[in-house]
Ligand binder design. Sequence first.
Ligand SMILES: CC(C)(COP(=O)(O)OP(=O)(O)OC[C@H]1O[C@@H](n2cnc3c(N)ncnc32)[C@H](O)[C@@H]1OP(=O)(O)O)[C@@H](O)C(=O)NCCC(=O)NCCS
Length: 184
Amino acid sequence: MAMLLPRATDPVPTERLLLTPIGLGDVDDLWRLYSDPLVARWTGPWSYDGVEAWARDMASRWLTDGVGKWLARDRSDGALVGRGGLSRMDLAGEAVLEVGWVVRDALAGRGFGTEIGRAALDWASTFFPALPVIAFTEVHNRASRAVMHHLDLRFEGIIHREGLVEGRDGLHPDAAFALYRRVP
Ligand SMILES: CC(C)(COP(=O)(O)OP(=O)(O)OC[C@H]1O[C@@H](n2cnc3c(N)ncnc32)[C@H](O)[C@@H]1OP(=O)(O)O)[C@@H](O)C(=O)NCCC(=O)NCCS
């Protein structure tokens, strides 16, 4: 009997979640997710049009890069939990996969961020074993850094890019981010 090999765009089941490649059909769910105050604070600000453009970009990344972010839903009832997964990017001239996670405010602190991240690391080992996996977040995003520690990513240093600065309002062009990397 022929074995069916897994494809990169197949839905990924985890213990509690079903992860599916983000496409334009997910815009309304993403808008709900990005409207949660904590999520908006760390990833926004978002407009509906901005969310739609982001989902379009993600769908095209899945087609052109063969990798992208997933929407995360509860396996048992389909309820929206968050989003996460991988994006191909250039880190100072090095091709890498960036892993990230976002969980609805009401569901934070139950291990979902770590569950999404672990699934992404496993997926990367299967489909892009030669690419390094990195993660970064503003230095004061303690929840996201805790997820990076749970996943045994190694702290590599500080990088600067547009983002939040502790104690100041708005986005800043030169915010400090903690950079982590999967140990080979
Ligand atoms: C970051 C985020 C995805 C984490 O999701 P989650 O489902 O809560 O993650 P987990 O439950 O797997 O782990 C969170 C850890 O952070 C810890 N944590 C949460 N808030 C914290 C804080 N203010 N200070 C220190 N640790 C914190 C939790 O205690 C937990 O660690 P523990 O399991 O050792 O107790 C979620 O908080 C989120 O979506 N935040 C807004 C969006 C965001 O910042 N995304 C990341 C962008 S880089």
